[in-house]
Design a protein around this ligand. Structure first.
Ligand SMILES: Cc1cc2nc3c(=O)[nH]c(=O)nc-3n(C[C@H](O)[C@H](O)[C@H](O)COP(=O)(O)OP(=O)(O)OC[C@H]3O[C@@H](n4cnc5c(N)ncnc54)[C@H](O)[C@@H]3O)c2cc1C
Length: 369
């Protein structure tokens, strides 16, 4: 019998496991893959994410960590460089590296990590989740955290399906060797297509992570759009087939709390499983790390309380409080993006008004003030 079983060792799961193990709890993390493993992502870490990494005790300097100064927004013939607010620091790091660092950090904190072990079903009794069934056996715990990503089979098995009234994104990324791999600004092309944008993130290791994101899943083939966009970029980026490292890979972005509730008796949802991707930016790592921390805080308090269930029921409100502004603004923003005329106008006008864009970056990105 464990105190907590964490399903999935992505940012949400490893963050929760680290914070829980540090407070002395017995934590089992079950991960279906083994590290290092690839995860389709833009690999961009905002100052929000860097703050969470610090709270996990992760050292974010040295080989592999590439510091960024801010974002460069492009639209029409305009471009605008916006430094991170308050001199904040951003980073890029491949997810193959980042997720292994986070998982090993959880183990160092005292959690037990079982790799190559897939959770196949929840164990339920008396209307409560009491553990999980895995490919290698059953495991019981006082609580379970579903941190198993966008498709979250565990949540689906508990009857929690994504809400249809929340935006869902689809994004694809590819790595290219590039002479501009050490660009210190995250470049974002705003007017790539209706409700879509493109990104170029320097990895500082000789490559760039290049990708496109769209709001709807019924968008025309993103492979084609990405190729067309790349062909239109200045040759100085070097995004040719010869410089490509691996294929374009895509995945879903569950946004704006698309799966709820975030607590059912015995189980808490953290990260993509609970649709915790910011609708206006597609950023999900910092929200996953944060939800893992909040879940750990609530669980630690609940285990010390004479009324644990009462405390656990407060977890959804804690997650909501942390993100209500950027997520509500983001949902409104995504509705506006669906209108190509409005989108063009906003891009054109916005890029001509740096103070407005600075405020938008801070508010929509939920960045520390
Ligand atoms: C193309 C793309 C680009 C993106 N770019 C960015 C970006 O630049 N910056 C940013 O902040 N966010 C970005 N995101 C979003 C970000 O990748 C996610 O929000 C983030 O990974 C969520 O973390 P998580 O821990 O909730 O889930 P995940 O990272 O998906 O981790 C889930 C883990 O659970 C494991 N798992 C799943 N099922 C089971 C099971 N049954 N049993 C055991 N283990 C299981 C998986 O193997 C995985 O390790 C991007 C997303 C996409 C698709």
């Amino acid at each position: 019998m464990h105190d907590v079983i964490v399903v999935g060792a992505g940012p949400a799961g490893s963050s929760a496991a680290t914070h829980l193990a540090r407070s002395g709890l017995d934590v089992l993390v079950v991960e279906k893959t083994s590290f290092p493993r690839e995860k389709v992502c833009g690999d961009g870490l905002t100052p929000r994410a860097v703050q969470e990494l610090k709270s996990l005790g992760v050292v974010t300097t040295g080989p592999g960590w590439f510091p960024t100064k801010g974002v460069r927004l492009l639209g029409g013939d305009r471009r605008l460089e916006l430094p991170w607010p308050n001199g904040g620091l951003g980073l890029t790091r491949t997810r193959a590296d980042l997720d292994e660092i986070l998982a090993r950090n959880a183990v160092r904190a005292g959690a037990t990590l079982r790799e190559n072990t897939k959770v196949t079903a929840p164990l339920t009794a008396n209307g409560r989740v009491q553990g999980v069934r895995t490919s290698t056996g059953t495991h019981k715990a006082r609580l379970v955290i579903a941190a198993d990503g966008a498709s979250s089979r565990l949540s689906v098995a508990l009857g929690l399906r994504p809400r249809r009234d929340r935006p869902i994104g689809i994004a694809g990324r590819r790595y290219f060797r590039s002479p501009r791999h050490d660009d210190e600004y995250l470049e974002i092309q705003l007017d790539l297509a209706p409700a879509g944008y493109g990104w170029i993130f320097g990895m500082g290791d000789g490559t760039c992570n290049v990708g496109v994101a769209f709001l709807r899943t019924d968008h025309p083939d993103y492979h084609q759009l990405c190729s067309r966009w790349l062909a239109s970029l200045p040759p100085s980026w070097g995004f040719t087939e010869d410089n490509a490292v691996g294929p374009l890979r895509g995945a879903a972005l569950p946004m704006g709390f698309s799966r709820r509730p975030h607590y059912l008796p015995g189980v808490l949802l953290a990260g993509d499983s609970g649709g915790m991707v910011n609708p206006s930016s597609g950023e999900g790592i910092s929200y996953a790390l944060e939800a893992g921390r909040l879940a750990a805080e609530v669980i630690t308090t609940a285990f010390r309380s004479p009324f644990p269930e009462h405390v656990l029921r407060k977890y959804p409100a804690a997650v909501n409080r942390a993100n209500s502004t950027p997520f509500a603004l983001g949902r409104a923003f995504t509705r506006a993006l669906e209108n190509p005329h409005l989108m063009r106008l906003a891009t054109h006008q916005g890029l001509a008004h740096p103070p407005l864009m600075r405020t938008a970056l801070r508010l929509l990105g939920g960045l520390p003030t």
